[in-house]
Design a protein around this ligand. Structure first.
Ligand SMILES: N[C@@H](CCC(=O)N[C@@H](CS)C(=O)NCC(=O)O)C(=O)O
Length: 266
């Protein structure tokens, strides 16, 4: 099989790639692309053989005809180039520049923000609450890309201030979606066509909804309609197959927004 994807079902960056594959008519694991599932809980992303493919020690990694492609947003653009139909990037250069500006914003702001509740509500309870400081520090040392992130987070997870700041960034993203859909006449962010911008943002909004933070986009009716339209597309169900959300996967370790508030007061 020409396409191989190293991925994790519940990873937002893997979900992005699965969504792009589904939009390109390549939705099925095992049929359209070969799946290598990595268990992040067992730190398989840090195994030496995987680090040879992806020195950053993160998923996803795409293999296509022997070429190794890393970085989920780069993978999205690559897939659009090698599978041009249906196009997920506008033909006009100015529109393409607008799309890329959205992709950069998506990587810099909401992608980073979504990590804060994801780690605080699920990853920390699962791996680190019962670890000691030394184990935690040793794990952080092993991470090619996220050592400082872990050190800032601590093994208790992020605190109220960081969570509030992250929710503010998600709110900003949702307000920008509201405005773009309104200004460009919809139904999508770039206007008439569904593009990689939707592909990039979908897993982030889905994660926030899964964690119980959908209240962040209250009173943004155009954004809510946009979200309903995304969920109605066949690609959404194909990429977010049963068992691919944190709430379905991590059972007793999963803390919703409401549960976190009860336990930690924020
Ligand atoms: N910039 C990278 C980030 C990838 C990333 O952070 N992946 C997460 C899952 S969504 C991961 O592998 N985390 C492993 C870890 O935290 O150790 C991309 O977009 O591909």
């Amino acid at each position: 099989m020409a396409l191989e994807l190293y991925q994790t079902p519940s990873s937002t960056c893997s979900q992005k790639v699965r969504l792009a594959l589904a939009e390109k008519g390549l939705p099925q694991r095992g049929k359209d692309w070969l799946e290598h599932e990595l268990n992040l809980g067992k730190f398989e992303q840090l195994e030496p053989d995987y680090l040879k493919l992806n020195p950053n020690g993160v998923v996803p990694t795409l293999l296509h005809g022997g070429a190794v492609i890393i970085e989920s947003s780069v993978i999205l653009e690559y897939l659009d180039e090698v599978f041009p139909q249906p196009p997920l990037v506008p033909a006009d250069p100015v529109e393409r520049a607008r799309l890329r500006a959205w992709l950069r914003y998506g990587d810099e702001v909401p992608t980073a923000a979504v990590r804060v509740p994801s780690f605080t509500n699920v990853v920390v309870p699962m791996h680190f609450e019962n670890a000691d400081d030394e184990d935690f520090a040793r794990h952080a040392e092993r991470l090619p890309l996220r050592k400082q992130f872990y050190q800032r987070m601590t093994r208790q997870g992020f605190g109220a201030k960081d969570l509030e700041a992250a929710l503010g960034q998600i709110r900003q993203t949702c307000e920008r979606i509201e405005k773009a859909v309104g200004d460009r006449g919809g139904p999508w962010i770039m206007g008439e066509d569904y593009t990689l911008v939707e592909v990039q943002l979908t897993p982030l909004i889905d994660r926030m909804e899964d964690l119980g933070y959908a209240y962040v986009w209250e009173s943004l009716p155009k954004m809510e309609d946009w979200w309903a339209r995304i969920k109605a597309r066949p690609s959404y169900g194909q990429a977010f197959y049963p068992g691919s959300r944190m709430s379905q996967r991590y059972g007793k370790y999963f803390r919703s927004a409401a549960e976190l508030k009860e336990i930690r007061g924020f």
